[in-house]
Structure formats: structure tokens, C-alpha cells
Ligand binder design. Structure first.
Ligand SMILES: [Zn+2]
Ligand SMILES: [Zn+2]
Length: 293
């Protein structure tokens, strides 16, 4: 198997065969192209990258770093053992130290003044949904209070394809609303909301894993969300599609990039905590009240 770049011996074949160096170049070229296409980053931007310690968010931070952007990293202890381990913090901190990237750390429990276990129980939602909701709120508040004007996350084509199918299966107003968020950039719609960018949205999870490996990055995977262990129906279907159309997930991302969605519900400020929300009281305060009862 020959590398399509240099014709030397290829080390992996994802969509095409590549050697290590050509793969890294190919990966960075695609990320750079997406950043430029959506005008994601401007010179004066202060960017914080949300890094869980998994392959995707670390690949995102590495790509931005390799492309010469100035970044900081925020890592969160989500407070439940299913989604976080000290190893996740360790690998993230080490990654930052090696590259001289400012490292920030926050925990759900301290940041929101909650007992994580009780909060997750009272939320009456799947763990990953609650975790995602808390993460979004924390990233936003943290970025705003620390003068960052862009939040970068490691969402990739696999996430988009999965949400896409899930939204169709769920067919609720809320699920369709989420589809509109699956674009490379979500500009701020309220003075308290920080713009989000997703520089590796067109990349596949397997590519993020290879990119991390080829850059000698240690990763700590989430036990529940690991690509190789997920057994939900949608993932099974996507695996079948992969066999016939290896670039299908990337095509889903590109399709959603082109769709214009109806404008969403107006953003207001939560009556209790003042954070942006679509309702009178935000979900986090609602769940906290439920616990107090
Ligand atoms: Zn090569
Ligand atoms: Zn609130």
C-alpha cells in the first residue's frame, strides 16, 4: 500500500492510504480549509478549547496549535466516575505543559455549587445529556468571565451523523433545534453567549485517533462514550453505512452546513442565576430546585 502523498509506504488507510507525515499534513489542510471557509477565527480572538482528554478534543487542540493559533485549554471534572477520571485531567495537563498552553480546570460541583450525583439523578435524563448540558453552560460562563470570545470544541463528523439520525428518530421540536447547532460556527445570539467554533467538524473519529497517535498524544477515553464500545442502534447502523460509503458522515456535515434553519426561540436571562436560557428559569436552576424540594 503506497501513500497517496509521497508514494512511500503507507501506514494507515482511512479514506485513502497515507504515511504518518502526509496524513498529518492532509488532516491539518482540511481543518485549515474549514476554519477559513467559515471565517471561524480572527486575529484578535481569544480562544479557549474545551478538552475532555479524549482523542477528539485533544486532536482539536493539537490542530489549532499546529496551525499556529494561540489557544488556552479548559478541562472539566464532571463529578461522576462514568464520564471522568483523574487520568483525563492528567493527560490534558501534560499535553498543555509540553506545549506551553495555558491550562484551566473547573469542576461541576464547585462551579455550580451542586452535588453531582444528586444532580444527575434529579435531572431525569440520560447521563450524557445532563453532562452535555452542564458542560455547555460551564464553558459559556467560564469563557465569558475570563474574557474569551470563542469556545472551540472537538465535535466531529461522527457526532453530527449520530445526532442527525437521533433527531429524526426522536422527531421532537427540541431535537430538530439541535440540528441547527451542528454547524462549524454558532455565532453569539445574546451578549451573555460566547461564539462557538468546531474546527474539526468535518473530521472522522478514526482520523482524530490517528492524528492524536501520530502526534504522540496520550488520550484518556470516556468509558461510556468510546467509539469502540458504543453499542447503540444508531452507531450500529452508521457502521454498516461506513462499510459501503466511508465518507457518508462527512457528507452529512457538509449537507447541514448548507441548510438554513428557522430562527430559534428568543434568548432571555434566567430569573435565578442570570445565565442565558430559552425559558424563564434555566434547566440547571430547575433541577437544583427539584433537589431542594
Ligand atoms: Zn506520504
Ligand atoms: Zn439559572
Amino acid at each position: 500500500m503506497k501513500c497517496v502523498g509521497c508514494k512511500g509506504e503507507a501506514e494507515i488507510k482511512i479514506l485513502q492510504p497515507f504515511c504518518k507525515e502526509c496524513f498529518k499534513k492532509h488532516y491539518l489542510r482540511r481543518v485549515k480549509r474549514l476554519i477559513q471557509k467559515f471565517n471561524m477565527i480572527e486575529k484578535k480572538d481569544k480562544i479557549v478549547v474545551a478538552v475532555s482528554g479524549g482523542k477528539d478534543s485533544l486532536a482539536c487542540a493539537q490542530a489549532l496549535y499546529s496551525l499556529g493559533f494561540e489557544i488556552s485549554v479548559l478541562h472539566i471534572d464532571v463529578g461522576i466516575k462514568e464520564c471522568w477520571s483523574p487520568k483525563a485531567k492528567e493527560v490534558t495537563e501534560k499535553f498543555c505543559k509540553e506545549k506551553n498552553i495555558p491550562f484551566y480546570f473547573a469542576s461541576f460541583e464547585e462551579f455550580f455549587d451542586i452535588d453531582a450525583k444528586k444532580f444527575f439523578e434529579a435531572s431525569r435524563r440520560p447521563i450524557c445529556a445532563t453532562c452535555g448540558m452542564l458542560k455547555r453552560a460551564l464553558f459559556n460562563k467560564f469563557a465569558r468571565e475570563n474574557n474569551f470570545n470563542k469556545i472551540a470544541t472537538g465535535h466531529c463528523a461522527d457526532d453530527v451523523a449520530k445526532y442527525f439520525f437521533k433527531s429524526i428518530v426522536a422527531s421532537t421540536e427540541e431535537s430538530f433545534f439541535w440540528l441547527s447547532k451542528l454547524k462549524p460556527i454558532t455565532p453569539s445570539t445574546h451578549k451573555k453567549i460566547v461564539t462557538r467554533i468546531r474546527p474539526i467538524l468535518e473530521m472522522l473519529e478514526v482520523e482524530n485517533l490517528a492524528f492524536s497517535k501520530f502526534n504522540n498524544i496520550n488520550v484518556a477515553g470516556c468509558v461510556m462514550c468510546s467509539y469502540f464500545q458504543r453499542k447503540d442502534k444508531i452507531t450500529e447502523i452508521l457502521r454498516k453505512i461506513d462499510e459501503k460509503f466511508p465518507d457518508f458522515k462527512i457528507k452529512v456535515v457538509k449537507m447541514l452546513e448548507k441548510i438554513n434553519f428557522e430562527s430559534e426561540k428568543e434568548i432571555q436571562e434566567c430569573e435565578i442565576c442570570g445565565e442565558p436560557t430559552k425559558n424563564k428559569i434555566c434547566t440547571i436552576c430547575k433541577i437544583k430546585k427539584r433537589i431542594e424540594k
